[in-house]
Design a protein around this ligand. Structure first.
Ligand SMILES: [Zn+2]
Length: 239
């Protein structure tokens, strides 16, 4: 069984990580979508860092939910598995999903990297207090995430493309993403191109819904454990 899973903010929201959308996402009455840009960082790096440091702390205090755990379980049973997540937190990893089976297409919030050169380090456990400067070139360092208006990281894109090129999938699950980025739809359709099942798990309709073979209008933490258990039982009965 070859499986591709794509997850978005909805999966982490159920662990208490606010999405960028709606009033819940606001921070000090600021819209995070306007803080997560190269322009905001150039204008006020201190403010942008304060926001990311709070968000990192919130993620450290959060726990993976039943949706994360179900995906990790599925990854162990599938012959060939890849998760592509838009989430920059580490909840999939903490649920037990190994790094080599996961692509964080929007980066990793715990990485601090230089805004110019390739110098970076992890702040997964401890947080610096000042605005970090690069040890190599002395430029300001920034969070290792993809901001609005920026390109996706080439290495990670390449890993997704490679996986899709190696063959089509029997099963594609897209959970907790509004699928507003064209590449999410593109990858889901390419992966399921030879008649694979395409399951969308999202409380609301998205641009992907019209292509799905199965629509599950529930939050991921409720739907995914049930879907994964049913799949594993039906695979076992085929043996
Ligand atoms: Zn540098």
């Amino acid at each position: 069984m070859r499986v591709l899973v794509i997850t978005g903010a909805g999966v982490s929201a159920e662990s208490g990580i606010p999405t960028f959308r709606g009033k819940d996402g606001y921070w000090r009455s600021l819209d995070p979508a306007k803080l997560a840009t190269p322009e905001a960082f150039a204008r006020d790096p201190k403010l942008v860092w304060e926001w990311y440091r709070e968000r990192r702390q919130r993620i450290r205090n959060a726990q993976p939910n039943a949706g994360h755990i179900a995906i990790a379980k599925l990854s162990q049973r599938a012959d060939n598995f890849l998760l592509v997540t838009q989430n920059v937190d580490d909840l999939h990893a903490r649920a037990g999903l190994p790094k080599e089976k996961m692509v964080q297409i929007h980066g990793d919030i715990f990485i601090t990297r230089c805004s110019r050169c390739d110098f970076s380090f992890s702040e997964r456990n401890e947080e610096q207090q000042q605005i970090p400067r690069c040890a190599k070139c002395a430029l300001l360092m920034r969070p290792g995430v993809v901001w609005f208006g920026e390109q996706l990281p080439w290495n990670e894109l390449h890993r997704v493309e490679n996986y899709l090129d190696r063959g089509s999938c029997d099963l594609v699950i897209v959970a907790g993403t509004t699928a507003t980025f064209g590449y999410i739809i593109d990858w889901a359709l390419r992966a399921s191109r030879d008649g694979g099942e395409l399951i969308e798990v999202n409380p609301e309709e998205t641009p992907l819904s019209q292509f799905a073979t199965q629509l599950v209008r529930e939050p991921a933490a409720i739907a995914l454990p049930r879907i994964v258990d049913a799949l594993l039982i039906s695979r076992l009965s085929e043996l």
